[in-house]
Design a protein around this ligand. Structure first.
Ligand code: HAM
Length: 416
């Protein structure tokens, strides 16, 4: 109806000023350690062929069975908004032949993901992740490096109240030995049909079942960590010893189940103390069979996805981001047209030197412009009129203290 306000769809996360500055800081902080480790950007579509996620992520998962935004496009193709990033990266790596180039292929991405979950604090239907994938190297040292990159991102934000849970799901041989015993164990339980079906697709899922009667029943279930064969055991022992060497502490959590089916070997999750029910701020692991499953070479891989929305909530809960860090360095108030010209010149040379500079345009009276400067939170303000231009000198006012000093226009850079 005309004139009626339209609201954002239910459960999406969106960021507008001033909070968007903190969101941007968190996202960049999570990306930077990946860049510093030689990961390169991969930018992919937010929608893919539905089959990619069915095969890549697995039909036993909640993500695929209940949470996908799937629709038919105008050409009658089944399309799904990406619920996660790894399957799409594998698809692109195969399609563009990156798997035949220099290995490992080390990629990072950042963007929106979509899951039709029940919205609650920290759980959204459109949310943001920063992720990396390292493809084609089965060295435990890269497992530790991937974990260290995630950890460095959280530290860069200033987070400290989180822990790292880690376990190994072993290789195919270890998993099939475990599966035999686990399936036999589950068969001895009295379960409803839907749960039985889930268990038949992936028996590990029952470790993740939050219903008290199921978690109680699963208390004595055989744990995969006790079925690792020698090479899986050795791989995992090396990962943890590299983490020790890096000074990254972790908790062994052999009951951890990730929400996606492709995981093998090392898997991990970062859990924040102050976030309540949606406390997972990031997670990842190895997926050594995924590439072959999607029609590519049998290459191993490992990566993570970090939740930008949740990392921001965690930063706010810990009180580690101050809005003060996002304000401008200088606010310039020109008094007339000639002064505007000078203001534009000063602003552009200071911006060139990396300073954040705002100019008050629009012929507002000085009083109003000063109010604008105050509201912007800028650290310093200067006013430019005829006398400032003639003397090439301005009064530099520090907004916090109110103190002023006379500064040559040429020396503004060093003064602010
Ligand atoms: P994931 O654990 O499903 O892993 O998601 C990674 C992170 O995304 C979670 O730890 C959480 O912080 C955030 N997240 C997930 N769902 C939501 C939601 N509905 N609302 C807000 N935040 C959410 C993956 O997606 C894997 N692709 C990670 C990976 C990459 N594994 C290997 N490579």
């Amino acid at each position: 109806m005309a004139g009626q306000k339209i609201q954002a769809p239910k459960g999406v996360s969106e960021y507008v000023p001033p909070r968007s500055a903190a969101f941007e800081f968190v996202r960049e902080s999570l990306i930077e350690p990946a860049r510093l480790s030689g990961y390169q950007l991969i930018e992919l579509p937010v929608f893919e062929d539905t089959e990619l996620f069915k095969r890549g992520v697995g039909e036993s998962t909640d993500v695929v069975s209940k949470e996908m935004y799937t629709f038919e496009d105008r050409g009658g193709r089944s399309i799904t908004l990406r619920p996660e990033g790894t399957a799409g990266v594998m698809r692109a790596v195969i399609e563009h032949g990156l798997d035949r180039g220099q290995l490992p292929s080390k990629l990072w991405y950042s963007g929106a993901f979509f899951r039709a979950e029940r919205p609650q604090a920290g759980r959204y239907r459109q949310f943001y992740q920063v992720g990396i994938e390292a493809i084609g190297l089965d060295d435990p040292a890269i497992d530790a490096e991937v974990i260290a990159i995630a950890d460095a991102g959280f530290k860069r934000i200033g987070l400290s109240k989180y822990r790292l849970d880690i376990t190994s799901l072993g290789d195919a041989e270890s998993r099939s030995a475990h599966r035999i015993d686990l399936v036999a164990f589950i068969a001895s339980l009295d379960l409803d049909d839907a749960t039985k079906l889930r268990a038949s697709l992936n028996p590990l899922r029952l470790f993740d079942d939050k219903r008290p009667e199921i978690s109680q029943a699963m208390a004595d279930a055989p744990l995969l960590i006790n079925y690792l064969n020698q090479s899986s055991r050795e791989h995992f022992a090396k990962v943890t010893s590299y983490l020790d060497a890096l000074g990254i502490s972790y908790t062994l959590n052999p009951r951890m189940v990730r929400g996606l089916d492709y995981y093998t070997g090392t898997t991990f999750e970062f859990v924040h103390e102050l976030l309540g029910a949606q406390s997972g701020i990031g997670g990842g692991g190895r997926y050594d069979g995924l590439m072959a499953e999607l029609g590519g070479q049998a290459l191993s891989g490992i990566g993570f996805g970090l939740g930008v929305d949740r990392a921001l909530l965690a930063a706010e809960a810990e009180g580690v981001i101050s809005q003060d860090s996002f304000v401008s360095d200088l606010f310039i108030i020109p008094l007339d047209d000639l002064a505007k010209e000078k203001a534009l010149q000063i602003a552009s040379s200071l911006r060139h030197a990396g300073k954040t500079v705002e100019v008050a345009f629009g012929d507002r009276a000085l009083k109003g412009a000063m109010k604008g400067a105050d509201k912007s939170g800028a650290r310093y303000v200067i006013v430019i009129g005829d006398s400032e231009i003639t003397s090439a000198t301005v009064e530099l006012k520090e907004m916090k203290t109110g103190s002023t000093s006379s500064v040559k226009i040429d020396s503004l850079l060093s003064a602010i």
